[in-house]
Design a protein around this ligand. Sequence first.
Ligand code: A2R
Length: 310
Amino acid sequence: MEDVILTGPTLQSAMDALDKEFRVHRMWEAEDKDAFLAEHKATRFMAATYHGRIDGAVMDKLPALEVISNFGVGVDGIDLQAARARNIRVTNTPEVLNDAVAELALGLMLATCRRIADADAYVRAGKWPGGNYPLTGELTGTTVGILGLGRIGKEIARRCQAFKMQVVYHGRTRQRFEPFPYYADLVEMARDVDWLVAVVPGDTGTAGLVSREVLEALGPEGAFVNLGRGTLADEPAMLELLKSGKLGAAGLDVFAEEPKMSEEFWTLPNVVLSPHQGSATTKTRWAMGDLFVRNLTAHRDGNPLITPVV
Ligand code: A2R
């Protein structure tokens, strides 16, 4: 049986599948990480969960490493350049989570504009007999700007159309075969839309992309929804603008330093908060775990990687 290093705890079904196929060494349980890596330096396989960064220094301690299978589509926890330089292949779990993340995008948008969480709290607090809940906005007829019309972004676009919204997008390049209007400039798009929905990766030059200028352009009637990575928005500026009403609302599934965030977010009625739940459904996580393990077994058995990144 081949050895695999598992970097952190993960879904039980994926751990069971790994245990069935490999001799699993649990890195997070080791008190001395360097001693652990030295002991397992002949290991060819690594199964990476979102627990600590896999950088060149870690890779150098595992000279036999051939493939790192990442649990999740975002591979910002792995230094891809370092992997390339060492001929280490990297895989992720794309596509199988598109629907779940797109569903949550619409859920956050609905909850933000129809104030579902706040209205629920209103009823539970026994306030309804004292008066009707204030009127809210609605999605119908509004325009959404998708930042990152990729695999997930396209599923969000389709669902927004079903809600009778206009869809436009921004990315680094215009996609010739997409019917939606393209904005080469993100600030310009933010100025024109009611919703800015971000679903770009964290490691492709996106840090700070949703800047103060972008959020100000979105304005008091606009709302920002983030399902990509917390690092792509200027979080302190967002908080300040939400507090002052210069940004209308936000629906946030990701944060710069998860699970931490400024507690000021908790006090804002115009914000809906979600604890990084994009792909977190039973069905989708199972499918991600399955792909996560099958990439490793494919390589072990001499077959092509199923979903390679590098
Ligand atoms: O820029 P393009 O045309 O390559 O479009 C990609 C866009 N994107 C960016 N847009 C603007 N500025 C950037 N620096 C930038 N970097 C990437 O993000 C593409 O349309 C989109 C990403 O799509 P996919 O690679 O298909 O990723 P997927 O599976 O939709 O997942 C997106 C992210 C994950 O990496 C996680 O962070 C999160 O959603 O779950």
